[in-house]
Design a protein. Structure first.
Length: 520
């Protein structure tokens, strides 16, 4: 219920952004990639700052001050970019989490990315908080004292850490160097974790499109020039900090430390992390059967490996003695049952006789043979010149209510589940005069890459290609997403008007013998 509302909210907002940015540049479609991008900006600007940074307690503040003012055009901008990119990282990561959850892309076989993403959050915060510490101004003093007092409530350190900040003499250069070390080492661990995070996603989107990358960098640079990141007054442990400007992206929990006991907050954050990590099993997704390989029908072409979005197939040495060198093997743990592999397999063609239609790789609960049967059933009784078959992916616009005398519908798991030869089959064998495929909006495929592969297959730039003999004026693609009912209705009306104008032959007259074979 809550998730359905959140999903609708994302759908509506993303449609507005699609219109403003175009689907290709829509930031919602590249949140993970933007996360990587902001991480690299933080890393690059951090390296620059480190060159001029002095790690001593006394010199730290002065060195940051001279970076900010002495070379405002370079170091100052770098410092501000370092801060703004860190803030932007927090924003995109939280929207990324909310979006994956709202669109139910985190359960079942997809648990891995979610589970490995959760600790990244802690790393982001440790990096951010330790960064504020290094400036050694009044804000750093506040953060250092509050953090160490909070750490001490855990009761796991032999000596209270907060003692280091009792007064100026208590603070040692060694402790300060430790913080610099943390601030540099944690991002490296974070990088490793971010890499693990995307290991089960093939062709992971790690680079935002150029326009989005340049646009966000330009915006942050302008912000850096207009509102540069500045230090507070230097830290002074002999006085108490009374007021500071907090960075709400990283430090918003700190005011709570004045109100709630530290241990409660540990329990809240620790418990929250555990619950968040367990989300993929709360409740668990009922997984449909995973893809299966039929060795006698697999020729080892590896197209399914190239197209599987979840690294769920690999090629291994042939085990059945056939002449081919390799065979496809499915890793059941990674498979999300999207059917995109079946859509890629050259053996999945409806032109094969019905009795022999077994694809090299297929979904056991929704085989290519079933798809063929459903196609024939949906088109069997269509009437008129403008007979249209609509293939719709499960996450695309609703299609069932459009079914009628001249319109048949078939649901697919994903648009990438449909072998393009089905469109050829339906049109050239006269089962319908035209075909529509309706799917998720570009960049928002529920199974990551199904829509993209489908578009490339239809454009004949990716195997298996839609054959050139298919009259293109009779095939329409509608990538309008689950809320795109109106676009689909409009496209159907236009296609039917076009088909009526073409004066097409009647199916029964045109291909009676062929139809009898197809239905056999
Ligand atoms: C710095 C932090 C993070 C970065 C840079 C990042 C980046 C990415 C990238 C690049 C992808 C692949 C997107 C694609 O190609 O479709 C991805 C997927 C995913 N991320 Fe993250 N992520 C981060 C944090 C998180 C966190 C904290 C969570 C959740 C707690 C999370 C949950 C997911 C999930 C569930 C997917 C898989 C989506 C799918 O299966 O389609 N990520 N992330
Ligand atoms: S696409 Fe089909 S034929 Fe090619 S390797 Fe995969 S299962 Fe075998
Ligand atoms: S159904 Fe096929 S393409 Fe989809 S995840 Fe499973 S093996 Fe990969």
């Amino acid at each position: 219920m809550v998730r359905r509302f959140a999903k609708q909210l994302f759908e509506r907002t993303e449609r507005v952004f699609d219109a403003a940015f175009s689907p290709a540049w829509n930031p919602f479609h590249h949140l993970g990639a933007l996360g990587w991008y902001f991480f690299w900006i933080v890393l690059a600007t951090g390296i620059y700052l480190y060159i001029f940074f002095d790690t001593g307690i006394i010199n730290a503040y002065q060195s940051v001050d001279s970076i900010t003012h002495g070379q405002w055009y370079a170091g100052g901008v770098m410092r501000s970019l370092h801060r703004y990119a860190s803030d932007a990282l927090v924003v995109v990561v939280f929207v990324h989490i909310a979006r994956e959850w709202a669109k139910d892309r985190y359960r079942g076989a997809r648990w891995f990315a979610w589970f490995t993403g959760v600790p990244v959050l802690w790393f982001i915060y440790i990096c951010g908080i330790s960064g504020y510490w290094l400036v050694w101004d009044r804000l750093a003093q506040y953060v250092a004292i509050e953090t160490t007092e909070w750490l001490d409530t855990l009761g796991i350190f032999g000596e209270p850490v907060a003692r280091n900040f009792l007064n100026g003499e208590a603070l040692s250069d060694r402790f300060f160097t430790l913080m610099v070390f943390v601030h540099i080492l944690v991002p490296l661990f974070m990088l490793i974790l971010m890499w693990i995070h995307i290991q089960r996603n093939s062709h992971a989107d790690m680079n935002p499109p150029t326009g989005l990358a340049v646009g966000t960098l330009a915006t942050m640079t302008v912000l850096s020039l207009l509102f540069p990141a500045l230090s507070h007054a230097p830290a002074n442990l002999d006085t108490v900090v009374t007021s500071v400007n907090l960075d709400w992206f990283y430090l918003s929990a700190y005011p709570m430390l004045n109100v709630l006991p530290g241990r409660w907050l540990w329990a809240a954050f620790g418990g929250g992390t555990v619950v968040l990590a367990l989300f993929p099993w709360l409740p668990r997704l009922r997984r449909p059967p995973v893809a299966e390989v039929s060795l006698p029908n697999c020729n080892g072409c590896a197209r399914c490996v190239a197209d599987c979005p979840f690294e769920a197939i690999e090629m291994r040495a042939r085990t059945d003695g056939l002449v081919f060198e390799q065979e496809a093997v499915v890793d059941a743990g990674n498979c999300v049952s999207c059917g995109i592999c079946a859509g890629a397999c050259p053996t999945a063609t409806p032109f094969r006789r019905a009795g022999g239609l077994v694809a090299g790789i297929d979904l056991p609960d929704f085989t290519v043979a079933t798809l063929r049967e459903q196609t024939l059933a949906a088109t069997a009784n269509l009437k008129g010149e403008a007979r249209v078959l609509i293939y719709g992916c499960l996450q695309g616009p609703p299609i069932e209510r459009l079914a009628g005398d001249s319109v048949g519908t078939v649901r697919l798991r994903c648009s990438g589940h449909l072998p393009p030869s089905f469109i050829d089959f339906v049109i050239t064998r006269g089962h319908a005069s035209g075909v529509i495929i309706a799917g998720c909006r570009p960049g928002d495929c529920h199974y990551r890459l199904g829509g993209q592969w489908a578009r490339e297959r239809f454009a004949a730039t990716r195997d298996p290609r839609l054959r050139a003999r298919v009259p293109h004026e009779r095939f329409v693609q509608v990538w309008s997403g689950i809320a795109g009912k109106r676009e689909l209705e409009r496209a159907l009306k236009q296609l039917q008007a076009r088909l009526a104008g073409l004066g097409l032959y009647r199916r029964a007259e045109a291909a009676p013998a062929q139809t009898a074979v197809d239905n056999a």
